[in-house]
Design a protein around this ligand. Structure first.
Ligand code: ATP
Length: 367
């Protein structure tokens, strides 16, 4: 008799469109797992975000953190609302707190074109974009999150911190991703994005990058200043394979990357540490369209696929990898077949996209 293996997933639906895309994402994951067989996920829904802050007085209850720690992986939709803030005026962002609490140091932001989704750039080479931004997620300029100072309404100061440990581990994560991609036919190339010509902190980031590059001689590397990198993002983004960069630069470049593939509704992400990982779409709670059924759940589905891939690698579970490939292939086939969401000029929202993807999961072949 074959037994079904089960992983436990902590789920944070959050706020705004997060509440609308969570159920569909679980339905898509479950459909893919049914197709593969022998593997299932158990989900525990947990409060966090602006709604939790209003109802429970805390945006991230200790019980939610404890359940997230105990889970095999964490799936987060989107949290925070502009009109509900902490007394100091900052926005509620339990996803940023989770990065610090669970030491999720590598922010993985794939930039992968989906066939049929209109892209803003003309591509003279006809090549589909497929690169990954790895954003350091525990230090850099974000060490100042909720710690900045304003003095006498006269000046304000935030701090930027680069440590050897923080840089080594995120560079190693980027090298690992480049190596995995190389094994699947990728280029095995890592680009360091910094501002080493102006700041001591970034010169140090580059020095540590160079040291790690020397230890990973099977991969090729280059370095580029962040300002020049934006030219490349718009001019010839296909030159990238894996990018590694500081927290704030990664924050900005991820949005630029998302715009290259059709917008935030298509951009998945993962925040990974040594012991835990959170998977969530790059977008926020989109209060302007929340409650209207207009949200594009694709980024959430692709984040679910990233979660399955991470579980597969961590637990040596190829069935999870196969389910991830099925989700990606079903998304590609749905958009290649003419599916158009609201933000790209169509009329399909959560329900239509979910139906298009789940119906294809019955028949699609893993890419
Ligand atoms: P945050 O700071 O939490 O990232 P934000 O206000 O910068 O949030 P989003 O909530 O991501 O940004 O929304 C930015 C814009 O993108 C909004 O106009 C929103 O409607 C749109 N948007 C974001 N996500 C989606 C989605 N999944 N589907 C359709 N439109 C989206």
């Amino acid at each position: 008799m074959t037994t079904t293996r089960e992983f436990r997933i902590a789920v944070f639906p959050g706020d705004g469109i997060g509440l609308e895309i969570t159920g569909p994402c679980i339905a898509v994951i479950d459909r893919a797992l049914e197709r593969v067989g022998g593997l299932k996920l158990g989900y525990e829904h947990l409060p966090a975000g602006a709604g939790a802050y209003v109802e429970l007085g805390t945006a991230l209850p200790d019980s939610s953190v404890a359940a997230a720690r105990a889970a095999d992986a964490i799936l987060l939709a989107a949290a925070g609302l502009p009109e509900i803030r902490y007394p100091d005026g900052t926005e509620i962002a339990p996803q940023i707190e989770l990065r610090a609490i669970l030491d999720l140091y590598a922010g993985i932001r794939p930039v992968r074109s989906i066939p049929g989704v209109p892209a803003p750039l003309a591509d003279p080479l006809g090549s589909r974009l497929d690169f990954v931004i790895v954003r350091e997620s525990t230090e850099g300029l974000f060490v100042s999150h909720r710690n900045g100072v304003v003095r006498d309404d006269r000046e304000a100061e935030d701090r930027l911190l680069i440590t050897r440990k923080g840089t080594e581990r995120v560079v190693d994560a980027a090298m690992h991703i480049a190596r995995t991609r190389k094994a699947r036919g990728g280029r095995g190339h890592v680009t360091c994005v910094d501002k080493a010509n102006v700041f001591a902190s970034f010169a140090f980031f580059r020095k540590v990058f160079d040291e790690r590059a020397a230890e990973n001689a099977d991969l090729t590397v280059d370095r580029i200043y962040v300002d020049a990198s934006t030219l490349e993002f718009v001019g010839r983004p296909w030159r990238f394979d894996v990018i590694v960069t500081e927290n704030m630069f990664g924050d900005i470049l991820s949005d630029l990357g998302a715009s290259l593939i059709g917008g935030m509704g298509f951009a998945p992400s993962a925040d990974i540490g040594d012991d835990h990982a959170v998977f969530q779409p790059c977008h926020g709670t989109a209060p302007d369209i929340a409650g209207q059924g207009k949200a594009n759940p694709t980024a959430m589905f692709l984040s679910g696929a990233m979660m399955l891939e991470w579980l597969a690698e961590r637990h040596d579970e190829p069935r999870a990898e196969e389910a991830a490939a099925l989700i990606r292939a079903a998304v590609d086939e749905a958009f290649a077949g003419g599916l158009r969401t609201w933000e790209i000029g169509g009329q399909s929202g959560v329900r239509e996209v979910t139906e298009a993807v789940t119906s294809r999961l019955r028949t699609v072949a893993a890419a």
